[in-house]
Design a protein around this ligand. Structure first.
Ligand SMILES: NC(=O)c1ccc[n+]([C@@H]2O[C@H](COP(=O)([O-])OP(=O)(O)OC[C@H]3O[C@@H](n4cnc5c(N)ncnc54)[C@H](O)[C@@H]3O)[C@@H](O)[C@H]2O)c1
Length: 494
């Protein structure tokens, strides 16, 4: 790879360009870095050198390695100094016409076999390549921020990208110890498309006024995500997040699945952009975050009945069995757990009031999804409206004996985590159905690109694909919104 791509041009020395230059330089390539603003390119290189110095001081890298990276990056002032590059990666402003015009110029300057790559997050690779005489030489190499740290690169195929160009892109990522996933040029590629519901559903739930940012963030992190959606939106910046949502929505011809949030556009208008402006969903002025309303301590019941069959709440049942506190009996069929006259199930997208009617139970409670019920710090539950307060308190107390904080919400269909995760899985299913990527790559992409705790399809298999489809169908029926229609790929597998 080093021989084949000895000289690499990187255009744009902003957040992404300098990071990509560092990746290539640290693997021995000679990197030529160009930016319209020459001074800026020099200062970007200096900032990188300072950052690497602090890594040397912390013993993370050797001083010689730092020097090698610095020496391998040459800031150039003329585009024609890229004529000997075997690969040119573009990371400039996100505007189709500007990118097209740049690649048109580059094609005239460079060798006819030069590989051209764009780091665009949202523009069609097919459209950028349309400016080239040889569009087969063009691919997407979509890095994640910060490029030197993040493992994932989406290698994006435009409609006319050649297999050789794609193979070279993948081989180069391997050589750079990055995880390459193949994506078809389509709105949001894999990660920015499949992740939309992570933000979109949280915002929709907020708009429905049934939860708040701190509660939803606490639930999503308890479920296994590294950061909650509202903390993450504050970090990314409300304007950037809204702009990606709008681009995907428009590019998908206004499919309800990708509808951006009115709350978010109001926040952008008010300049509440998140951390960078000092306020978004949270305040960043040193004041304390709003608190999450956990249940007060309640007394647990002594007797609990557990299902003889293996149910989705199996690990909770196991924890009850191994706790010295409870006397656990067993029942055949029916709910996962029975406390007095109240049956507990994993949420299936119906409200408790709907489900209690169809289940021949007196009272009914539903538990929200968590990836690991043993480790999660929070249990989130809802009850049907007839369930007596004493029974509710008993169930809260039961989870508290298992060392869980308990959150009780309104009788929501699919609660919060189940609703969001099912929509994420649905989006993964549709991405596969539409040929954007394969099953393996969608799971890899979400873990390496946005740090999901497990691949979405792997999670679907834990929940049971049938259960995911049932939940989505129930949500679809409840809201009557096309946003919840089930991916045919998922339905076929249920
Ligand atoms: N920032 C991210 O998190 C992120 C992640 C993945 C992909 N991207 C994509 O990477 C690209 C760059 O994003 P960024 O965040 O690094 O932007 P940035 O604004 O930080 O940097 C862009 C740089 O390109 C230079 N530039 C603009 N037009 C130019 C031209 N015609 N020729 C040469 N240089 C030019 C600018 O002077 C600037 O220094 C965009 O396509 C973006 O969608 C960004």
């Amino acid at each position: 790879m080093l021989n084949k791509f000895k000289n690499i041009g990187v255009i744009g020395a902003g957040t992404m360009g300098i990071g990509i230059a560092e990746v290539a330089a640290s693997h021995g390539h000679q990197v030529f870095l160009f930016d319209l603003n020459h001074e800026f390119a020099n200062s970007a290189k200096q900032t990188m050198a300072n950052r690497l110095l602090s890594r040397v001081e912390r013993g993370k890298i050797k001083p010689e390695f730092r020097q090698q990276i610095i020496d391998n990056i040459v800031v150039i002032s003329e585009l024609n100094q890229l004529s000997a590059s075997q690969l040119v990666i573009e990371a400039i402003v996100e505007k189709l016409e500007i990118k097209q015009s740049l690649f048109k110029d580059l094609e005239e300057l460079c060798n006819e076999n030069t590989l051209f790559a764009s780091n665009t997050s949202s523009i069609s690779i097919t459209a950028i390549a349309a400016s080239l005489n040889k569009p087969e030489n063009m691919i997407g190499l979509h890095f994640f921020n910060p490029a030197p740290v993040m493992q994932l690169v989406e290698v994006v195929a435009g409609l006319r990208s050649s297999q050789t160009s794609l193979n070279d892109g993948v081989a180069l990522c391997d050589f750079w110890h990055k995880t390459a996933v193949l994506a078809k040029s389509s709105p949001g590629f894999i990660v920015n498309r499949v992740a939309r519901p992570f933000y979109g559903e949280a915002l929709k739930i907020l708009q429905e006024q049934v939860s708040n940012p701190q509660t939803m963030d606490a639930l999503m992190t308890s479920a296994g995500f590294r950061m909650g959606p509202f903390t993450l939106m504050d970090l990314i910046g409300m304007d950037i997040n809204l702009s990606v949502s709008k681009t995907v929505f428009k590019s998908m011809y206004y499919d309800a699945r990708y509808r951006p949030s009115l709350i978010q556009s109001e926040m952008v208008s008010a300049n509440l952009l998140g951390k960078k402006t000092g306020e978004g969903f949270y305040k960043y002025d040193g004041s304390e975050k709003p608190t999450v309303n956990y249940q007060a301590q309640h007394k647990a019941p002594k007797f609990v009945s557990l299902s003889k069959e293996k149910t989705p709440l199996y690990s909770i049942e196991q924890a009850i069995k191994s706790s010295k506190y409870f006397v656990a009996t067993e029942h055949e069929g029916g709910p996962s757990i029975q406390v007095g006259e109240c049956a507990l199930y994993l949420s299936n997208g119906q409200t408790c009031n709907q489900r209690v009617e169809s289940n021949d139970q007196k009272y009914l409670a539903q538990v929200d999804l968590m990836l690991d019920y043993k480790q999660c710090p929070i249990i989130h539950i809802s009850f049907d409206s007839q369930c007596p307060v004493d029974t509710k308190n008993h169930i809260v107390g039961m989870f508290q004996v298992l060392n869980k904080q308990v959150l009780v919400c309104e009788d929501l269909p699919a609660l919060i985590v189940m609703r969001t995760v099912c929509l994420l899985i649905n989006e993964a299913g549709d991405a596969i159905e539409n040929g954007v990527c394969n099953e393996n790559d969608v799971d890899l992409a979400m873990q390496k690109g946005v740090n999901y705790p497990i691949g979405l399809l792997a999670w679907a298999n834990i929940i049971g694909i049938e259960h995911v489809v049932e939940t989505l169908d129930n949500l679809h029926q409840w809201f009557g919104d096309d946003r919840y229609r089930v991916s045919p790929w998922l339905r076929a597998r249920a």
